[in-house]
Ligand binder design. Structure first.
Ligand SMILES: *[C@@H]1O[C@H](CO)[C@@H](O)[C@H](O)[C@H]1NC(C)=O
Ligand SMILES: *[C@@H]1O[C@H](CO)[C@@H](O)[C@H](O)[C@H]1NC(C)=O
Ligand SMILES: *[C@@H]1O[C@H](CO)[C@@H](O)[C@H](O)[C@H]1NC(C)=O
Ligand SMILES: *[C@@H]1O[C@H](CO)[C@@H](O)[C@H](O)[C@H]1NC(C)=O
Ligand SMILES: *[C@@H]1O[C@H](CO)[C@@H](O)[C@H](O)[C@H]1NC(C)=O
Length: 430
């Protein structure tokens, strides 16, 4: 009850005071305040006053104008990398493009500690397009082209939103084949593509690489193969043979081999061809020595054949001797031949006569007897014609039959027989 009375008294007192003011100024101050103003007590307590609300400037009655907080500068009021936005009675801040508020909201006022931080645009993949490499910058980013890509419609570095520039893959175009070569295959025309070359027909690899690669500078590089016309040169020699060759060394050219005389081919053919790689095939022939001595009579009668590498020769067997040449001889090349040894007619030694002769050639036998009136004394009565052409063996000598002086009469010892002699001797010894 007493509280309510007290409140009533205060209210009355306030009203009285207001009446006094109104009386003094002859108008209600508070009623005259601008809508964007508040009616406040004067600091000295001498009455009321209209004050423009926070964010507005003016006299509080006839006008209260918005105060532009931003005019002192965004960086001063909002911080770095900001834009300041004034509103009726207030302001807010936003981050410049390329920056984002640290409170993760679109707008902020700096009195909560929010600031603008750089956005790393490069975390977004593909921001620079195909072949582009992103580089983050303070508040921005730019792009350049990676290896194998080149910038088009502009220069590096570029900004994909602001510039028309972009990266495109390096294109080397169609590879060109060098002289005497042809393109075998190509995997594409862009960076990293590979092209293979082969030699033109009738040509063979001489040196260099057969593979080119499209490189970052837009040029095909690496392939430096050079080819040369296929030339097999002279065909190789084969042992014991001769080549029949028309001097042509082109692919398909042929060389025919022939075994030397004295050899025969035991191989698989006699032709070698010049192949596409510029090489003669291995001669297929194999020349083996012929054993001429298997042919009987090659050296003629009395000739003995001896096989030699690629040839043969002849000598005379025992009882034969070479004529018209020397040993060894070759019956086709030489005029020499073998003929049987001939000892001629055997001659009878002194006091002998030729009894018989089987011939005059090697091995013949001649028999001698003593001339009439002569008797054999010693030696052989038989000669043989030997290999050296001489009659040998017969060395019989005979002597004239000579009875000496005939006996006048027989002596005792001659007249009696042996029995008698023994008897006589026995008698004598007794
Ligand atoms: C070919 O190129 C290779 C490297 O790619 C080089 O080593 C070689 O010497 C070159 N050959 C010729 C014949 O130019
Ligand atoms: C290319 O050269 C390599 C050796 O350098 C060889 O092995 C390959 O067969 C060649 N390819 C062709 C198509 O000639
Ligand atoms: C090569 O061999 C063939 C049979 O294979 C033969 O007819 C021809 O005479 C031979 N040529 C020579 C030169 O030996
Ligand atoms: C006769 O020749 C034989 C051998 O044939 C020999 O043994 C002998 O001594 C020779 N006789 C004489 C008398 O020369
Ligand atoms: C030759 O001599 C041998 C003994 O040496 C003899 O037996 C033979 O009768 C002789 N022949 C002739 C024909 O004299």
């Amino acid at each position: 009850m007493e509280d309510r009375n007290t409140a009533m008294i205060v209210l009355l007192l306030l009203c009285v005071t207001a009446e006094m003011q109104v009386d003094g100024l002859s108008l209600d101050v508070c009623a005259s305040c601008h809508p964007k103003a508040t009616c406040d007590d004067k600091s000295d307590g001498s009455g009321k006053v209209c004050n423009c609300k926070y964010g507005f400037v003016g006299n509080g009655r006839t006008y209260c104008q918005d105060k532009d907080e931003c005019q002192i500068g965004a960086s001063k009021i909002c911080g770095l990398h900001t834009d300041c936005h004034n509103t009726q009675g207030s302001y807010f801040c936003t981050c410049r493009s390329g920056f984002t508020p640290s409170n993760n909201m679109d707008v902020f006022t700096p009195n909560d500690g929010t600031h603008c931080q750089d956005i790393d645009e490069c975390t977004v993949t593909g921001v620079c397009g195909e072949g582009g490499q992103c580089r983050n910058l303070e508040g921005s980013f730019d792009c350049s082209c990676i290896l194998g890509y080149e910038v088009q419609n502009g220069a590096e570095p570029f900004h994909p939103h602001r510039d028309k520039a972009s990266c495109k893959v390096v294109d080397c175009g169609r590879p060109e084949a060098a002289e005497d070569t042809v393109l075998l295959s190509v995997s594409g025309t862009t960076y990293g593509s590979a092209a293979m070359f082969v030699c033109e027909e009738g040509f063979v690899w001489r040196r260099g690489n057969n593979r080119s690669v499209c490189e970052a500078d837009g040029l095909w590089r690496g392939g430096n193969m050079s080819c040369e016309e296929v030339n097999c040169g002279p065909p190789p020699a084969a042992p014991h043979s001769l080549r029949l060759w028309d001097q042509s060394s082109r692919p398909g050219s042929r060389a025919i081999y022939q075994c030397n005389s004295g050899y025969h081919n035991v191989g698989k053919g006699n032709v070698s061809k010049c192949n596409a790689a510029g090489e003669w095939e291995r001669p297929p022939l194999l020349c083996k020595d012929i054993d001429e001595c298997t042919v009987t009579g090659l050296c003629g009668e009395g000739g003995q054949c001896r096989n030699l590498e690629g040839s043969f020769d002849c000598r005379c067997i025992l009882g034969y001797e070479v004529q018209n040449g020397a040993e060894p001889f070759h019956p086709h090349r030489d005029t020499a031949s073998c003929k049987v040894v001939d000892c001629g007619r055997p001659e009878a030694a002194e006091d002998t006569v030729l009894l018989s002769v089987s011939g005059t050639t090697y091995g013949s036998v001649a028999m001698f007897v003593c001339e009439e009136g002569f008797v054999w004394r010693r030696g052989n009565n038989r000669s043989v014609c030997e290999a050296d052409g001489l009659w040998r063996g017969g060395n019989m000598s005979c002597e004239e039959v000579n009875c000496g002086t005939p006996p006048s009469r027989p002596s005792l010892s001659q007249a009696v027989g042996p029995e008698l002699q023994a008897g006589l001797q026995g008698d004598l010894s007794v």
